[in-house]
Write a new protein. Sequence first.
Length: 364
Amino acid sequence: MRTPRSDADHAARLGIAHHFTRQGHRLHKTLLRLVRLLKALPQAVRDFGHAAFGCGAGLALALLLTVGLALILGLLTALASLGLLINEKAGIVNLGAEGMMLCAAIAGFATVATTGSDTLGFLAGMGAGALMAALFGVLVIWMNTNQYATGLALSLFGGGFSAFVGTSYVQAKLPERMQFEVPFLADLPWVGTALFKHHPLVYGAIALTLALIYFLYRTRAGLVLRAVGESPESAHALGYPVRRIRLLAVVVGGALCGLAGAYISLIYTPLWVEGMVAGKGWIALALTTFATWRPARVLLGAYLFGGVTMLQFHLQTTGVDVPSQFLSMLPYVATIVVLALISKNPRWLRVNMPASIGKPFYPG
């Protein structure tokens, strides 16, 4: 026998089910409209481009392609710079980025040449970078060796070791590279080709930057990391394991440098050549100062470096009567000029620079 209470419960359940059914229909209609919009977007952008650019469509396309290539070139230094930023936020300066990237490049290349798996190649590159960073961390954090000298030694070691291991892979070839694109957006005229047909890591660098901003300035763990970089003695007095936190930061930074090195040998130029990182590790190190230790500025600085590099290629292809060696040094000259301009305002650097960067910690 049904009671008034059971009837009321039954009616409530029916009401809830009806509510969710209506919500489901609305969501379905919204998704259908979104799909129709995405399908119609390419033609709309094409019409807008013809109306807006007219005869200047070629120039607009060239600019978009330049931006797209700047995103690719900027990725190489962005990943490594973000890793070094994590190190320096914890108070550790690692000058060995170049060596870590080289070892990661040969580790990733050798893994893919052997197994044919890009995923394993990237993991091998990250592992190589993390392992070298862990060695560096033990030396400078537990043994309190000089951070600058140890980092330089790590860079030199990485260059020589990668050259030695890579001798048997100079003529090796990787399997055919996969082509990537963002669904729907890749079909957009002009914009699709320039911006939405890149490797997922190109977009992953942007996501990583946003995640790092949130971690450093919106989470307790990020606050602790920054406290360790500002005053390790105070953090130690509060009971935080300063040495372990610093070592973890160094290892994570090394893994990101390794990811950048693996990207160079697997995607950017899918081959192995001795010294193929070509100074990008040093540029990544300079970018952290260039960006005054802010993740968003690190990413923008990396894209600026990529844009200047693309300008160099463009000038070379147009036959500008300037020695190629001068054009090749343009990106590095631009970086030095920007660093010099920033250094003219030391107060700006002091406000953003971790107070204990490069200083050893003695727990007592």
